[in-house]
Structures are given as structure tokens and as C-alpha cells.
Design a protein around this ligand. Sequence first.
Ligand SMILES: Cc1cc2nc3c(=O)[nH]c(=O)nc-3n(C[C@H](O)[C@H](O)[C@H](O)COP(=O)(O)OP(=O)(O)OC[C@H]3O[C@@H](n4cnc5c(N)ncnc54)[C@H](O)[C@@H]3O)c2cc1C
Length: 345
Amino acid sequence: MKLNHDSTTLEWQEKARQFAETELIPHEVEAEMNEGRLPDDVSRRHREMAIELGFSRMDVAPEYGGLGLRTVDQVAVWEQLGRVTNALCWCFAEPQAWMFEACSADQLERYVLPMMRGGRKECYAITESESGSDVVVETTARRDGDSYRLDGEKWFVTSANLADFLWVQAKLADGPHAGSDSLFLVDSDTPGIEVLRTPGFSHTFDHHHQEIRLDGVRVPGQNRVGAEGDGMAYSHSWFRRERLMIAARDCGAAARLIEEATEWARQREVAGEKLVDKQMVQAMLADSVTDWWASRLITFEAAEAHDRGEDVKSLHARCSIAKLYASEAAYRIADRAVQIFVGRG
Ligand SMILES: Cc1cc2nc3c(=O)[nH]c(=O)nc-3n(C[C@H](O)[C@H](O)[C@H](O)COP(=O)(O)OP(=O)(O)OC[C@H]3O[C@@H](n4cnc5c(N)ncnc54)[C@H](O)[C@@H]3O)c2cc1C
């Protein structure tokens, strides 16, 4: 399917497609058999290639050495990277545009720009045992001279096992903004950070979703992002970006599932007839293509709304709708693909 993309979008799509097909997909089985891990030299090559291709600087303005791509081009890239399983496409760190508005020059130099160059890796810690959809964090940040003391527990912190710093959302315990949220940049090796548990998930990723305790973690004041009380607004920017790019990857995953299931249905013969000639199998594939098509329309429209400069509330709704629809559609498509592959699925 071709949306109304111009040649720039199609070039980025092709670049990402080639990287996914020739570099990442050939390592999927190896990763699956090895708890998601690849040999260090292979991971390094993937990271270096992704950076060389420009994927780590897509959302960074040219004044910071980035490419400042339109959102629609970035979605085209993440869609193709979504064709790959085992999270092998997460081989590079990627600064997001909002970070350049939120962070000080010193924070950009020490944390954000090194991500773009391949020198640092992040994770984002918001969720807690009693804070999920409602995002009411209980982790506290208490002023102590020039620094803050963080105490609390964070859940499902994706990539915490690979990251060397965390964005931590905490509630201010005192001062004029007591009760509101702030965001902090915290080095992973700061004393007082402890991994409590690495829960099992149904996928095979090298990126784990850890539970982390912060016990009297001392963070210098210069690591607070923006003003006291601004933390939630930044996290909403992160949610928007993550939701949109998850939707993009869902579209890529859906396309791959449909292609694989169709290919198998063309080969497999049951009682002298190809699976693809059976009407029930055709119906499953047709429903899947319909789900996929709708997901792409919603996701690319949300991207184009960013590029048109729609207001932030409507963008927030669009990104949430795209993630909701595309992830549930990908789930339905995966279920049908398993029914077509059956034992082999
Ligand atoms: C793979 C994965 C990676 C993750 N990575 C991170 C990460 O990197 N950093 C991080 O901070 N967190 C992360 N999370 C956590 C994620 O953000 C939370 O799981 C999510 O916010 C939902 O919270 P919850 O799991 O507590 O579900 P709940 O909030 O308890 O929701 C349970 C159910 O209740 C429904 N529900 C909630 N509120 C309402 C309502 N008002 N009305 C009706 N129904 C409602 C929900 O739709 C859901 O079906 C990750 C989670 C997963 C699964």
C-alpha cells in the first residue's frame, strides 16, 4: 500500500527496509534461541550501521547535528524496523525533539547528545506498583541542599538492564511545588539504586523490564529537567512519541505477519488443495489486510498532523488512538497468522 508519501518518505522507508531485511532479520532465530542476545560484535555492527544511516538523529534539529526529519519520515522508518522480531531494531538510542526544549545545555552535552552518537543509553522510569494508566507517582524527591534525595520503587523499566542512565519521574516532597512532579536524569550506577526483580515477559528480548528500588538516591540539582513541577508535561511528550512509534512498529509487524502467513498458505497443501484456496483462510487474510490498512491510515495521519502543527491535545489523542488501534489490530493479525501456521506457528 502506498499512502500519499513523497519521494523523501519513500527513500527513508527503503533505507530502513533494507537494514531490517539484510542486517536484522537474518539474526532473529539466533536471538530467539539465546534469550534475545546477539554476539557483541554483531550488536556493535547493528548499532554503528543504524547511527551511520541516521536513525539516531532523526528527531534532532540540524543545529545540534541532527537531521530534523518530518514525523511522517520517522514513522516510515519505525514502521519498517517493526518488521523485525526480538526487539533487534532497538540497537540504537534516539534523542527526542522535546528533550532539546526541556534539558539544559549541560544536560544535552552529558546525556542527550551522547545518545545520538552511540555513547549512552537511556531508560524511562514512571510506572510504580500502584501507578499505571493513572500515572500518580509516589516516588518522592526531597530537596537536600544542592541536591535531591529520591526514594521509591519503579516497575517495568524497559531497557534498564542495558541503560547507563534513567529518566525518573518523582513527586516533590517539599518546597513551593510540593505534590507536583519533576523529572530527573539519574546515572544507573548512583548509590541506592537496586534491581529488585526482572519479571518474565512473553517475548524474547535482551531489553528487560525491571523493577527498581531507589533508596536515598542523591541526584544533583543540575540533573533536574526543567523547572520544579514540569515533570508531567515532559513525560506526556515522551508518551506521545512512544505511542506513535509503537503504532508504526505495529504496522510493520502486521505487514510481515500477513506476508509470512500468505506465503505459507500458498505452499501448504491439505487434502490436495492449497491452504490459500480455502475460503476460511482467504477470509482471515482479508480481515488482516483490512486491519493493517486501517492501522496505517490512522498512524500516518497522526504523523502528518504533527507535521501540520496541530495543537498538542489533538496530537495526544491521535497518538493514543494510533497505539490503541494498531496494537490491537496487530494482535488480531498475529492470532490469525498462528491459526494459518497452526503447529508451526
Ligand atoms: C512491555 C511493557 C513495557 C513497559 N515499559 C515501561 C517503561 O519503560 N517505563 C515505565 O514507566 N513503564 C513501562 N511499562 C508500564 C506501562 O506503562 C503500564 O503497564 C501501563 O501504564 C498500564 O498500567 P498498569 O499495568 O498498572 O495497568 P492498570 O492501570 O492497572 O490497568 C489495568 C486495566 O484497567 C483499565 N483501566 C485503567 N484505568 C481505567 C479507567 N479509568 N476506566 C476504565 N478502565 C481503566 C486499563 O485499560 C487496563 O485494561 C511497560 C509495560 C509493558 C507491558
